[in-house]
Design a protein around this ligand. Sequence first.
Ligand code: NI
Length: 201
Amino acid sequence: MASFNASSNPLDFLRGCTVDFDLNTGLSKKVETGKRYLSQMKGMFADEAALEKKIADEGDSLIYEFHGLPVPETPGDFAFGCSILNPGKIGDEYYFTKGHFHTLLETGEVYYCLKGHGYMLLENPEGDWSAQEMHAGEAVYVPPRYAHRSINVSPDEQLITFFVYRADAGHDYGTIETKGYRKLIVERDGKPEIIDNPKWK
Ligand code: NI
């Protein structure tokens, strides 16, 4: 007799599954969550001295975390998960995720904002860029070829996004780690402002 349950395995990507996206409860017991602490973001913020001072004063605190689900990495599968970016600043620069190109450059991604207020900073190898503002309930389309970085501009609220992309896309973090982004988002007079990155190579 057919069962209502496609599978008893909560992470059955071959037969279908339903998962709970609370990083603090159910799912986090079953999957790896990636975590990025201040010390892992050295060299990425404009004000390196402010980053070192923050670590010395407050310890090596968490900037963001995200799911690492074991979805098969095939062209027909979709990788998906949530990213949780804490509020905070290094100097006047808002906390961000490292940002990446896809190894398969011609693959896009969708981010849906579940909570908070932020931006998705987009930049392609030819130098075109944009900053897409995100509030809860809004989706951002990341086109093929564009690097993408989430930035939390809220003073006190986490930025939580759900993402989905072609599962074999792969991640190229190195290009951004080496070159940086052309633009930064900093706080000026209490509001987000986009400026040129003085360290862009
Ligand atoms: Ni991506």
